[in-house]
Design a protein around this ligand. Structure first.
Ligand code: ADP
Length: 545
């Protein structure tokens, strides 16, 4: 027997209209390219988004067409987040940091019809345009005065909106229709398109907003430093609008001073971003002797959160919330939020839990599987591939028949190797392609990196597998030193020895100037293995004399 309840579709346009109605004047503050700030309330944001909706309806597009953006976190991008899916088109956010060949591949694979770009990306657009035969137009997201030169056919965002009415009747359609699209970073081959739906996005925003997770609520002020071009900025724009929280969009200024300025000026209470961004912020704040208050909650994900980062935020009286996710998981898959009873644990035990990637929020199920595909126990020790399922997890890739990342019983295989303890705290030990198999046993590069990164001389550390004639693979440290610091092999060994099993300790390290990062801030381990993975390397320094 079916229930007798209304079947109202969960649509993204509904989130914006809700915010406009109940949180009219709550601000969205956005950093412009010239560093000035734009500010308006949700009501005005909705008015402009309705104008955008009217303008989009006049473009040469049909429902379901992909509209791409190349843009920083700013108010026009926010309007695109709601306007494009709202009218029934698909918002395809593109990461401008990817290599040009990848951008061409992504835009063509998505069959993008229009490209909306910040004016600062004009040189990039110029290079891409001749390779995008399916594209019907370029729109620069600025006013007439800031239109880049050399684009006679390009449209101007503000000119498009100006003549339009701010009334628009959002169409009601099946909530399972596609709303957004984001490509994986392609660290494992060509990027693959993940296609979100209205339903998955609204449910994910509600999932993120469950009490105690990101902490987004009315009265809070959220700063998504995580880019809007990557996995919906972790859904923060949607989640903030859903509860009427103030939103600060930092534009292109992601440096320490730029972030600290808006944190203080706008009274940011919650930040969300990858570890590297926060390290830059803390380095700046500490050097300048400034506090990061009122920011008191920092959501960290995208890469493992190092212990030093949690400790440094603790020193600033800010709570670190460590989360895990992927493009395919919208992205929230798990989050390390402690329960009341963890309060009585010794600080070192609590830290161990915070360093884990945490428990699945309601809505997501997770399990770990061994090489034979059989589920492994939740004992905190057994390691297997993490698999997830739920209403905001991808069920396939766009325009790609490859099913290798999906199990026969419908779970998504993440490619992350992890443990799950008896309380359900999941801990990523490695990506399956980065794991080090030494004599048939697994060594976690993440754990070794984490320990090394708490050494005062170390700025960044990566651990890769090097060839080994006896053990087949052994770990090798690649270390970037802090300015003016030195570190000997035995010093590093003495520092890490108390924290890891003795057979995990690498035999050598290589001091490098910097580590290569992907467009989404992850260390490019495959490139490092190629360069430094030989058994004997001339620059390797032994950890024992
Ligand atoms: P891609 O998979 O294309 O590299 P994503 O941004 O989707 O790009 O990256 C997802 C991956 O990032 C995860 O599979 C995991 O390996 C890593 N990751 C994300 N969050 C964390 C975290 N908190 N700790 C460790 N690894 C993480």
């Amino acid at each position: 027997m079916h229930g007798l309840m209304m079947d109202a579709p969960l649509l993204i346009s509904g989130i914006l209209e809700y915010a406009a109605k109940y949180h009219r004047d709550t601000e969205i503050v956005s950093r412009n390219e010239d560093s000035s700030l734009n500010r308006y309330g949700y009501a005005e944001a909705a008015q402009r988004t309705r104008k955008l909706a009217n303008a989009l309806s006049r473009l040469n597009v049909t429902a379901g067409d992909r509209i791409s953006t190349l843009a920083w976190n700013n108010h026009r991008h926010f309007e695109m987040y709601f306007g494009v899916p709202g009218v029934g088109l698909v918002l395809h956010t593109v990461n401008p940091r990817l290599f040009p060949e990848q951008l061409v591949f992504i835009l063509n694979d998505a069959q993008s019809r229009y490209l909306f770009a910040d004016a600062c990306f004009a040189p990039l657009v110029k290079g891409l345009r001749p390779h995008l035969p399916q594209l019907r137009g370029v729109v620069f997201m600025c006013d007439r005065a800031h239109m880049p030169e050399g684009f006679p056919d390009a449209l101007c965002y503000e000119d498009l909106l100006a003549p339009e009415s701010d009334l628009y009747d959002w169409p009601q359609f099946d909530e399972r229709m596609a709303s957004g699209m984001c490509y994986t970073s392609g660290t494992t081959g060509n990027p693959k398109g993940v296609l979100y739906s209205h339903r998955s996005t609204v449910l994910h925003a509600m999932g993120v907003n469950q009490p105690g997770l990101f902490g987004i609520a009315p009265g809070e002020c959220v700063l998504p430093v995580v880019p809007m071009f990557h996995v919906n900025a972790w859904c923060v724009p949607y989640a903030a609008a859903q509860v009427g929280a103030k939103l600060v969009l930092p534009g292109p200024r992601l440096d320490g001073p730029g972030l600290l300025e808006v944190i203080h000026g706008e009274k940011v209470s919650i930040g969300a971003g990858v570890p590297t961004i926060w390290l830059n912020l803390l380095n700046h704040a500490d050097q300048a002797g400034q506090s990061i208050a009122p920011m008191s909650r920092v959501v960290i994900g995208g890469a493992a959160c190092p212990q030093t980062l949690i400790e440094r935020f603790n020193a600033h009286k800010a709570l670190t919330v460590h989360a895990w996710g992927m493009t395919e998981t919208s992205p929230l898959g798990s989050i390390s939020v402690l329960s009341d009873h963890h309060g009585s644990l010794p600080p070192a035990e609590r830290m161990k839990l915070q360093l884990k990637q945490g428990r699945a929020p309601f809505g997501i199920e997770m399990r770990i599987s061994g090489p034979d595909g059989k589920p492994l126990p939740w004992d905190g020790v057994s390691r297997g591939e993490l698999e997830v399922r739920g209403p905001w997890i991808a069920s396939g890739y766009y325009n790609n028949a490859d099913r290798s990342q999906f199990t026969a019983d419908g779970w998504f295989r993440t490619g992350d190797i992890s443990t799950i303890d008896a309380e359900g705290f999941m801990n990523i030990v490695d990506r399956s392609k980065d794991v080090i198999k030494s004599g048939g046993e697994w060594i976690s590069s993440i754990e070794l990196e984490n320990v090394a990164m708490s050494h005062p001389a170390v700025l960044e550390a990566a651990v890769i597998a090097r060839a080994d004639s006896r053990w087949s693979e052994r770990p090798r440290y690649l270390i970037v030193l802090r300015e003016g610091k030195t570190l000997s092999g035995p010093e590093l060994k003495a520092f890490i020895a108390p924290h890891v099993a003795s057979w995990w300790i690498p035999e050598d390290m290589i001091i490098v100037k910097e580590l290569p990062h992907t467009g989404t801030g992850k260390v490019m381990k495959a490139a490092l293995r190629e360069q430094y993975g030989a058994e004997v390397h001339p620059e390797a320094v032994k950890l024992t004399l």
